[in-house]
Ligand binder design. Structure first.
Ligand code: ACO
Ligand code: ATP
Length: 715
């Protein structure tokens, strides 16, 4: 049988078993084979190929390798990857998740001996890892089409894969309120249970609900069914649906339309975008409309699909101003682990809050082998082993070769990072295996990693990704010529069961020693989880930069800190940190107004003392004396109080950043917050109490700092 016959036979096995499989075709005729494969799928496919190949119209959907998100949210009989050179893990993982039951993922690549899916100039470890992983796939066919031979094949139909979706186990809860015919439109028990809960949510006093689950679980669809229920019960009027693209909310719209149909709600109008996507469904008393994240405005009911792609800041803003908010988010998917994000959502969504999880896949059968393979190869569900005995700890560098070779090590290292960090993507694996400027360090207990750090060696001549902290540092210090090296701790995490026992600090100490030995002038870090600032300060780091913009993913501003390792590093960190202290005080009421006052105080306290470019006029000095004598309120002499307080804060460090009076004065004077907010920041019972505490404190501090501000009166 020729190669084509083999492929036909393999695809037949997929169709009969309803499982999904992987086809790899090695050939020099990439275009010809991409065309053949699209014919096997009768054109119901998505293709990932550069525009130069002229393949973009071959399938229903096309994405260039740099914008895989263009096909995500779609669903096809096949996904074809026809990309020369680098095939990022996120392309394979993303394309794989768009395929329905019985379908196939195809990679058209160079002939086997010549194929290198890794980046040019890399280590070659990703190639090695991917090739051995393909051979481990239980349902795959790899052919060398030009030589007419099979490279490897496995048709082990996985056990434990279901044969269809079923609602057999589902018995409606008493008084669920969901009509039977609507429940019957669900495909899994957990989807039907979620629908019941969402009906309760829509009827009751709940403010927000989160539907979470892995990809293809029917999260979006059940939101649509729930909206149909709400329309039928006349519980909704204006609803906005927010998602990264109109394509990404189509499953929700399908659920809505199907729900309206089975409930017999008629007389509504459907508006489609130019690409055919449903963007609005409006009936006599309800209107469900898609709104892009950038322009979405709160409404009585807001539905956010793919919340991780919409971003924390937007979800927070919309949900607080909406009547009710329904949110769907993916825990594990092509974009990596959204586990930490799913954990963050309950802390930002308004209460009362309800959470639901969908377990069984719907796009393909439960236990599908391609899903299991993608999750395993790209570590989307990596679970770290828990170290047992912490009495003997060893800090080590984990060589890339070991990560590529030893699955157990790779899983625990990766698992700790996935568990702790907001967002890991499959491409992190590529960076770990291939990028020569990344290094992985671990603290192991009995051979099991207990803490892990990913360090980037930043050098002035390196590409931008490998000098992000260095660039900010030079900018802040007003320097441009420095030619030194820094090591940036890009991620650090301790196994979640053993945090706050000194392990993180110990690993950081080890990294510091290695950085010193290598001749680096600095150790730096940059992150947006403001809750861990104390960890860095406790370990001797000095803040030197806070981004004026929000991190799109976390909704917080990035903060950078550094620890100098030699004299030159010390000079530049000091200059940059002083510049930051001036920004914090002088721009505290504008770009840094949203920083928590206690974080601003803490950061400021960790910068070196300096003299700010601020003096009082004689008139201001007179107003200030009036305030100090109790003849005027601080607000009456606010400009003078601000200048004198800024001088005192910047020039001395005798104040305690944890003192609520300091935090209150920072919130009021530096950040210009209203006393109502200052009172709650300080924990004061009334606004009057807050005013009294802040004014009393200001009088004390400014009296003590008289020597500082009085010498700066401009004649
Ligand atoms: C660049 C980045 O990766 S920033 C993100 C850091 N990583 C994370 O947030 C992931 C989750 N957290 C963790 O993995 C760990 O808690 C780490 C890495 C932050 C700290 O490691 P740990 O071993 O837990 O901290 P360690 O015991 O060494 O802490 C030393 C001191 O730092 C401070 N500290 C540590 N963690 C925190 C925290 N989450 N919040 C506030 N202070 C902290 C405390 O002062 C602590 O001393 P204490 O416990 O006596 O009060
Ligand atoms: N009850 C159902 N009846 C028919 N089709 C369904 C049903 N539930 C889900 N589907 C279909 O299954 C596929 C996956 O569902 P959906 O998109 O809602 O999943 P999801 O959990 O939101 O995952 P993803 O984030 O991957 O889109 C979609 O094509 C959807 O239309």
């Amino acid at each position: 049988m020729g190669v084509e016959g083999e492929i036909n036979r393999f695809l037949q096995i997929l169709r009969e078993s309803r499982q999904r499989g992987l086809v790899v075709v090695g050939t020099r005729d990439m275009i010809g084979w991409a065309e053949k494969l699209s014919r096997y799928a009768s054109g119901d496919c998505a293709i990932v190929a550069p525009s130069s190949k002229g393949l973009s119209s071959l399938c229903k959907a096309w994405a260039p390798p740099g914008s895989i998100e263009r096909i995500l949210g779609g669903e096809f009989s096949a996904a074809i990857i026809a990309v020369e050179g680098l095939i990022r893990p996120s392309i394979i993982a993303g394309a794989g998740e768009t395929i329905r039951s019985r379908g196939f993922l195809a990679i058209v690549a160079d002939p086997p001996g010549e194929w290198d899916p890794g980046p040019p100039g890399g280590t070659g470890l990703y190639r090695q890892y991917l090739i051995s992983s393909i051979k481990d796939n239980p349902l795959h066919l790899w052919v060398d089409a030009d030589a007419g031979r099979i490279v490897s094949r496995s048709t082990d139909l996985s056990e434990g894969v279901g044969t269809s979706w079923s609602l057999d186990g589902y018995k409606p809860s008493p008084a669920s309120g969901v009509p039977r015919k609507l429940a019957a439109a669900c495909r899994s028990e957990s989807q039907a249970r979620a629908l019941e809960a969402l009906a309760r949510f829509l009827r009751g006093r709940w403010r927000s609900a989160l539907v979470k689950g892995d990809r293809g679980r029917g999260k979006s669809y059940v939101l649509g069914l729930a909206l149909a229920y709400a329309a039928w019960r006349r519980l909704i009027g204006r609803v906005i649906v927010v998602g990264p693209t109109p394509l990404s909310v189509q499953s929700m719209m399908s659920g809505l339309l199907r729900g309206l149909e089975v409930l017999g709600v008629g007389g509504y109008r459907v508006v489609r975008a130019s690409g055919g996507e449903v963007v609005r469904v409006s009936g006599a008393w309800f209107r469900v409309a898609y709104d892009p994240p950038d322009t979405a405005e709160p409404a009585p009911l807001v539905v956010v699909d793919e919340a991780a792609a919409v971003g924390v800041a937007r979800v927070r803003r919309l949900s607080w101003r909406a009547g009710k908010t329904l949110v769907a988010t993916t825990i594990h998917g092509y974009e990596g682990s959204g586990r930490a994000f799913a954990r963050l959502l309950p802390t930002i969504l308004p209460k009362p809050y309800m959470e639901l999880e969908l377990a069984e896949p719907i796009r393909y059968l439960p236990g599908d082998p391609l899903e299991r393979w993608l999750y395993r190869v790209f570590l989307l569900k990596a679970e770290p082993a828990e170290p047992e005995d912490l009495s003997e700890l060893h800090a080590v560098e984990v060589p890339r070769e070991v990560l590529a070779r030893e699955r157990r090590v790779l899983e625990s290292v990766y698992g700790i990072l996935v568990q702790a960090h907001y967002r890991n993507t499959p491409d992190d694996l590529l960076a770990m295996l291939e990028s020569t400027h990344h290094r992985i360090y671990a603290l192991t207990a009995g051979g099991t990693p207990a803490a892990v750090a990913d360090v980037v060696i930043e050098a002035p001549e390196a590409e931008e990704e490998a000098r992000i902290a260095l660039d900010r540092l030079l900018y802040m210090a007003g320097a441009s010529d420095a030619a030194f090296r820094g090591w940036r701790v890009s991620r650090i995490a301790v196994h979640e069961k053993i945090q706050r026992r000194g392990l993180g600090s110990r690993l950081l100490g080890y990294i510091e020693e290695r950085a010193r030995e290598s001749g680096a002038s600095l150790l730096t870090t940059m992150f947006s989880r403001h809750d861990v600032i104390p960890f860095w300060i406790k370990n001797g780091f000095t803040p030197f930069y806070i981004s004026p913009r929000y991190n799109r993913v976390t909704g917080e501003k990035n903060i950078a800190l550094a620890k100098p390792l030699d004299e030159r590093g010390g000079e530049i960190v000091e200059a940059a940190s002083k510049a930051l202290s001036h920004k914090l005080v002088l721009a505290g009421s504008s770009i840094y107004r949203d920083l928590a006052a206690e974080k601003l105080a803490l950061l400021l306290h960790s910068t070196p003392p300096s003299t700010p470019p601020l003096g009082l006029t004689r008139v201001q000095a007179r107003h200030l004396e009036g305030f100090l004598k109790g003849e005027a309120m601080a607000d009456q002499a606010f400009d003078a109080v601000y200048i004198a307080f800024a001088n005192a804060l910047l020039a001395t460090r005798s104040w305690n950043p944890k003192d609520p009076r300091v935090i209150g004065a920072v919130a009021r004077v530096v950040q210009g917050k209203p006393y109502s907010e200052v009172a709650s920041i300080m924990g004061a019972e009334t606004v009057e109490e807050a005013v009294e505490l802040v004014e009393g404190f200001l009088r004390e501090v400014l009296e003590d700092a008289r020597g500082i501000w009085s010498s700066r009166v401009i004649p």
